[in-house]
Ligand binder design. Structure first.
Ligand code: CU
Length: 470
């Protein structure tokens, strides 16, 4: 190793250690959310870092274009994105709760959607009664990290940038000048920005075959760029039995849960689906139904409903610390795009490293239930299972029509039950509108009330009542 690289390595290592130790120390006094015991660490190392002043990101302003006033004059479309940093208590599987940190009361945070070339005006507000400061780093931006700042309780801060690259990009809390960043992100402070390509999405080609007089030939099928869209964000929880962040577990990659959009097994059937399919709320139609029961309200699990032969677009982000081997049982990923470049077509599984995203385009040809998983068995069995239901595989249409739930047969159950609100991004230039949304997600009751006011269905109040199966 040459001398310069060696020195850089040393600085980086110490900086990481600093963030770790001071993060623990700082947040322990704030919300007792850490289990890493700094008192057991090497005192000399702690003292050295302390003498360095801990870790602070102090960088020169590299890009004048982050100035919101100057960007407002450019004639570009300006999209405002307002987040608040809020520590709240949220449920975890098994009836317990954990000390979550959120953007705007939701895990993941709200999804930002803009068009390539737009100016994003990002504003972070920390309520006066919040227990700690927070920051915000948007991977869709390209600017000096000093702009991400850290915002103290009772204060607001803002930065602007041009979303120059199309794709799906993580955003996350950057802690208090990077201190405690791991705790804040892994406790829930993450989300995505979708930057639609300025010229729109491309139509989708799917390779099929046809047979004529015993000769098989290629039959490429094309689908319009417009698609029914979902977001799936993978992460892990590292928790003590009391529901606090466990940094010791994180450093050893010993997660306590694998979550998709904040929840373990959040997109599987519930008792309403049991009732519809089996005529009995207590006859489970899926191997694991942990979020089962109307009293769970927005936390009751909900599958994702799609039509057969419909172009479906998934925005997938790995928010976590461990790889995601994205696979859909019974389907092939017809196209994988990262940034605005196609990476693969007709592939079985695509891997995402930490803080990596992709856009998956596919068509579900046959009626049925399909599980999207992280094809790491440890992840599957700790929560990374998401059920898509395509078409009418359970033959419910006649019963739904007879009961007056729907006037005529429908191409997906979303027309009767809606799709879960936290898996559906804001509309973009090539989005097909979902027939309805239901109120579902790891968010507070206040956020749930907002969703209801905006038209999402509180299924716990309006469950379709069907006559019993004879
Ligand atoms: Cu934070």
């Amino acid at each position: 190793m040459n001398k310069r690289i060696s020195m850089l390595f040393t600085i980086a290592a110490v900086a990481v250690m600093g963030a770790t130790l001071f993060g623990s120390t700082y947040t322990q006094t704030q919300i007792s959310g850490q289990s890493l015991d700094a008192s057991k660490m090497d005192v000399n190392v702690i003292e050295q870092i302390h003498q360095m002043g801990g870790l602070q990101l102090v960088m020169p302003e590299a890009f004048a274009v982050t100035d919101c006033g100057a960007l407002a004059e450019t004639g570009r479309n300006i999209v405002e994105f307002n987040l608040t940093g809020e520590s709240v208590t949220l449920p975890i599987m098994g009836g317990k709760t954990y000390n979550a940190m959120t953007f705007s009361g939701e895990v993941p945070g709200p999804t930002l959607r803009v068009t390539q070339g737009d100016v994003v005006k990002m504003t972070l507000t920390i309520p006066a009664d919040e227990v700690t400061g927070h920051g915000n780093d948007m991977h869709a931006s390209q600017m000096s990290a000093g702009n991400f700042e850290s915002v103290n309780p009772g204060e607001t801060s803002q930065y602007c940038y041009i979303a120059e690259s199309a794709g799906i990009f993580k955003y996350h809390c950057s802690g208090v000048h990077l201190i405690g960043m791991d705790q804040h992100v892994l406790s829930g402070m993450y989300g995505i920005a979708i930057v639609d390509p300025v010229n729109g999405y491309k139509k989708l080609a799917v390779e099929k075959t046809s047979v004529n007089n015993g000769k098989v030939s290629l039959d490429r099928q094309f689908y319009d760029a417009d698609a029914l869209e979902f977001t799936l964000q993978y992460n892990q929880l590292y928790l003590t039995p009391e529901g606090n962040y466990d940094a010791g577990a994180m450093f050893q990659h010993h997660n306590t849960a694998t979550v998709v959009n904040g929840m373990q097994f959040g997109y599987v059937p519930n008792m309403v689906h049991n009732l519809l399919v089996k005529g009995d709320a207590n006859k489970n139609i899926f191997v694991a139904q942990p979020w089962n029961g109307l009293e769970l309200k927005q936390y009751q699990s909900q599958p994702l409903f799609v039509e057969n032969g419909q172009h479906v677009r998934l925005f997938v982000e790995n928010q976590g610390n461990e790889p995601v081997f994205f696979h859909i049982v019974g389907e092939i990923l017809d196209r994988v795009t990262q940034g605005n470049r196609v990476q693969s077509g007709a592939t079985e599984t695509w891997m995402l490293g930490g803080s990596q995203g992709m856009i998956v385009d596919l068509v579900f040809d046959e009626p049925g239930a399909y599980a999207a998983v992280n094809h790491d068995y440890a992840a599957i069995y700790t929560g990374a299972a998401t059920v898509f239901v395509a078409g009418d595989p359970f033959g419910l249409n006649p019963r739904l029509v007879d009961a007056g739930v729907i006037p005529a047969p429908v191409p997906s159950y979303a027309y009767a039950l809606g799709n879960p609100s936290n898996a559906v991004p804001p509309m973009g230039m090539n989005s097909i509108a979902h027939p309805a949304l239901n109120v579902h997600g790891l968010y507070t009751d206040e956020v749930a009330s907002e969703k209801i006011a905006n038209g999402a269905l509180p299924l716990w109040d309006i469950v379709p009542t069907l006559p019993p199966i004879p």
